[in-house]
Design a binder for this molecule. Sequence first.
Ligand SMILES: [Zn+2]
Length: 168
Amino acid sequence: MKRLATLLSYVGVAGVIAIGIIGLAVSTAPWQPKPAVLNQAWGWVQSCTSVVTEKGKNPNGTLANVAWKTFEPGAFNDSMPGAIIGLTIRTPGVAIDTIFIDTEHLDTVWVIAHELLHHVLADESVWGTAHPFIPFFFPCHLMGMQQGTSIGLMGQGSGQKQKSRRTP
Ligand SMILES: [Zn+2]
C-alpha cells in the first residue's frame, strides 16, 4: 500500500508540472468576447440545442457560468492533426467552466459557439463522446470540418490549403 501511495504521489507531481507548463502559454488575464460576437454565438447554441433533452444538458449551463481566457495559437496542440483553436475545461463539482480561445479566433462566432455548446451540454458520461453527432454536427453544424476554410476554398482555384483546425 505504501508503494501505491508513493506511486500516486509521483502521478500528482507530474500532473502539477503539466499544468504549470500549460500555464506558461496561457493568458491569466480575464477576457470577455465582444458582446455582438457573444450574443450571436449564444443565440446559435440556444436555437440548435432545443432538441437536447434535460438529461443531456449541463444544469449550470449559462453564460454567467463561463470564465473566458485566451491562449497563444499552438499552445494546446497535441499529437492529433490540426491546430487546437478552442478548449473548454470543466472541473467536476464546479459550476463554472473555463473556455480558452486562441488569440486568432477571438471574434470567430462559430468557435465561440462550439465551446459554448460544450458548456451547455452534460459531460461525456451522459453523451459517451465529447462531440455527439446530435447536436454538434446536426443541427448545430459546429464541427470544424463544417466550418473550415478547406471546404470554402474548393473551387476557388487558390490552390491554398489551410491547416485543419480543431476545437476539442
Ligand atoms: Zn469540441
